[in-house]
Design a binder for this molecule. Sequence first.
Ligand SMILES: Cc1ncc(COP(=O)(O)O)c(C=O)c1O
Length: 342
Amino acid sequence: MQIIDLRSDTVTRPSKAMKAAMMDAPLGDDVFNEDPTVQALQEMAADMFGMDAALFCPSGTMTNQIAVKVHTKPIDEIILHKDAHIYKYETGGWALHSGVSVKLLDGPLGQLSPEDVEANIQPDFDWLPRTRLVSVENTVNRGGGSIYTLENMKAIAEVCKSHGLRYHLDGARLFNAIAESDYGPKELGSTFDSISICMSKGLGAPIGSLLLGSNDFIKEARRVRKVFGGGMRQVGIIAAACKYALQNNTERVLEDHERARKLGAVLNDLPYIDEVLPTATNILIFKLNSTIKGHTFIEQIDRHGIKAIEFGPQWVRFVTHLDFTDEMLNKTINILQSIKSE
Ligand SMILES: Cc1ncc(COP(=O)(O)O)c(C=O)c1O
């Protein structure tokens, strides 16, 4: 049976051309800063975003957690949306690695507003934690892949600047946002103190994330990466896949968005679905009504080879990606239309 894996855009396999790029990559020991492929990737990304420097890391969790550590001191506080990946899905690393607390805000589709951020900065009393960092996510995973406007990101940047706060972007799926927006990497580079971007999601590389920032920030980040156990040796073999992804796969994410929109339109018409979050990019989040239980739905589609994850009681997430074809889309639509509620 053909498996259609919609659990995440992390499930893609490297293409033949990507593997060929990996095989041909010049290598060296990156802990000694001697891997030419890693250096080329880091320079390419930093140039693209108009930032000083970049650091290649094994995962987006690591780039986010390094950013939190470098920007804060223990007993500081960071402002996050209550659905932020850094808060929900990084095993509470902010508490362990950085000794900070979190101030969780709400907002539609997982997004913060500058007004809310400003209203939640702690006053300067010694019995309160000191607000030090604001982090936003773009696109927003739990917001159905929603996209921040440049105006909103810049307005939050202004609040950060006027209160002496650092500003981080969790851009795990940043190229999905860029492909649909009127802003480019350079505008983002000039808005944030640090940016994390995953190569292993929409861009289709097997492993790897990049952290971008000033020279001083990246120098410190390199030290923190080492203490996290993320110093890697001949890792150009993987950086080559990421370089290939940056050069070839950033614009093709639009195809994933198109397929997600088609699927979203079908979901909206199904009798067992209550609500579908607006489909902005490649993430579809929808709520089943009381005629079918979440786990029953997941089991039923699994029997037809479709894999998806429950995203809360009665909520389900589908993510489209590089290995999800038009043929799979049509098959998925047929299966969804054949599902019987209880
Ligand atoms: C928004 C967001 N940030 C960060 C990450 C972490 O990436 P990784 O799985 O590479 O640690 C993810 C992973 O799904 C994510 O969705």
